[in-house]
Design a protein around this ligand. Sequence first.
Ligand SMILES: C[S@@+](CC[C@H](N)C(=O)[O-])C[C@H]1O[C@@H](n2cnc3c(N)ncnc32)[C@H](O)[C@@H]1O
Length: 177
Amino acid sequence: MSKSTQISTHPDLFVVETGLGEYSASLKALKTFEAGSTLASIDGVTNTHKAYTSVQFGSAPGQHISLNSDLVYANHSCEPSVYFDLSSPDRSRWHVRAARRIEKGEYITFFYPSTEWDMEQPFECRCGAKSCLRYIRGAKYLTWGELKARGFIAPWIRQCVRQRDAENSQELAAVKL
Ligand SMILES: C[S@@+](CC[C@H](N)C(=O)[O-])C[C@H]1O[C@@H](n2cnc3c(N)ncnc32)[C@H](O)[C@@H]1O
């Protein structure tokens, strides 16, 4: 995504850092945020089709939004600094919250599989975290243990995991009969 001519949507909170290669832009905090605090509301969104820039907000087909803001530059991390809370049916209550204390100058990152079941554009993860999962393609490809170790997981992802795991254990039971 190119940032060069766009105006910042959150100039007092974040700055978009542009890198050299493709997909190398990132989002940095311009101030310190306490753990659990709300960084920003997720407003101005529009419904869209699944894309590498979209965020999923439910388990039904087509439940994806376009952020239409600098928040789209938040990269994935396996040890994220924020989470996107789109749990409420009331969109005015959608927020970005701090998963831990975030110092000024730190990257704003979220755990993409916390909202995404089966991503449009998987990638080799470069988050550099000790617990890095290496290849990110959505929650569908992770165990519940791998997911829950990362903190916040959206309700629709928890529901899909429960369904998948129930189906797998039924299949296993059928094989054993
Ligand atoms: C919504 S964009 C995030 C902003 C992106 N860095 C850019 O410059 O447009 C998502 C894309 O960024 C890249 N990305 C995000 N987090 C990454 C990570 N931890 N490791 C490698 N690539 C990442 C992937 O190409 C991914 O499809």
